[in-house]
Design a protein around this ligand. Structure first.
Ligand code: ARG
Length: 246
């Protein structure tokens, strides 16, 4: 058998080849994570990831289907082929990377703190929240949850299924703070300026990447080159400005 026959077999199985045959790209994400993916007034999912996904499908010449999936089951959903690629602002971590492959980072973020305003005068840094008097709300299965447990080990950590559930706890005063990705917190704090205080100094540095199933070099190669291409053409910057700078 010539050597290239195994490459041919790999390509046959590639998710990219399946997408082209199907004429449809299925992108997994979880709406609610501003400004990457969120619902507009009509209930459509919009955001930075959605615009990137749309461009991706266009470059492949296929239609786009968004598969809204709960965060706490989003890797299993990828592994069981509920969608082709996970574009949900997922932080590239060594633990997740044992289960899935990641593209090159498409953005860097950090964890920051949304705090109940009653602490406005006394707390100015995330490190002061490491105290058994405080309750920290997090979102289940996120790097914010991991960071809270790591940097605030003395505090009581309570994890919630959604950002909405966790932030409500902070506004009501049942939790003292919420630890989450900075871009989300920036938007939330602008929207609820009277009911939360944003400690906007990020205390982690995290690369976000798109995740795909393992063993698929052809798809990964296409995605990384797509990312480089939109960067080189200035399309990435335009979308960045649209979603992060107003
Ligand atoms: N970057 C964080 C993480 O990987 C949060 C991402 C949340 N994304 C979402 N679509 N809800 O854990």
């Amino acid at each position: 058998l010539p050597v290239w026959a195994s490459d041919q077999a790999l390509w046959e199985q590639s998710t990219l080849n399946q997408i082209l045959k199907r004429g449809e790209l299925r992108v997994g994400l979880e709406a609610g994570y501003m400004p990457f993916e969120m619902l507009d007034r009509k209930g459509n999912i919009i955001g930075f990831d959605v615009d990137l996904a749309r461009l991706m499908a266009k470059s492949m010449g296929v239609k786009l289907t968004l598969v809204n999936t709960q965060w706490d089951g989003i890797i299993p959903a990828l592994l069981t082929d509920k969608f082709d690629v996970l574009m949900g602002g997922m932080t590239i971590t060594p633990e997740r990377n044992l289960q899935v492959n990641f593209t090159d980072p498409y953005i860097y973020i950090g964890q920051s703190v949304l705090m109940n305003p009653k602490h406005r005068e006394t707390i100015s840094s995330y490190s002061q929240l490491d105290d058994e008097r405080y309750t920290i709300a997090t979102k289940l299965g996120t790097t914010g949850d991991i960071a809270a447990r790591r940097f605030m080990p003395k505090a009581r950590i309570r994890s919630f299924e959604s950002e909405a559930d966790a932030t409500i706890e902070v506004r009501s005063g049942r939790a003292d703070a919420f630890v989450y990705d900075l871009p989300y917190n920036v938007i939330y704090a602008a929207r609820f300026a009277d009911s939360v205080v944003h400690l906007h100094e990020p205390f982690t540095r995290e690369a976000l990447g798109w995740a795909v199933r393992k063993g698929d070099p052809d798809f990964l190669n296409w995605l990384n080159n797509f990312l480089r291409q939109i960067r080189d053409e200035g399309i990435y910057d335009a979308l960045y400005r649209k979603w992060f700078e107003n």
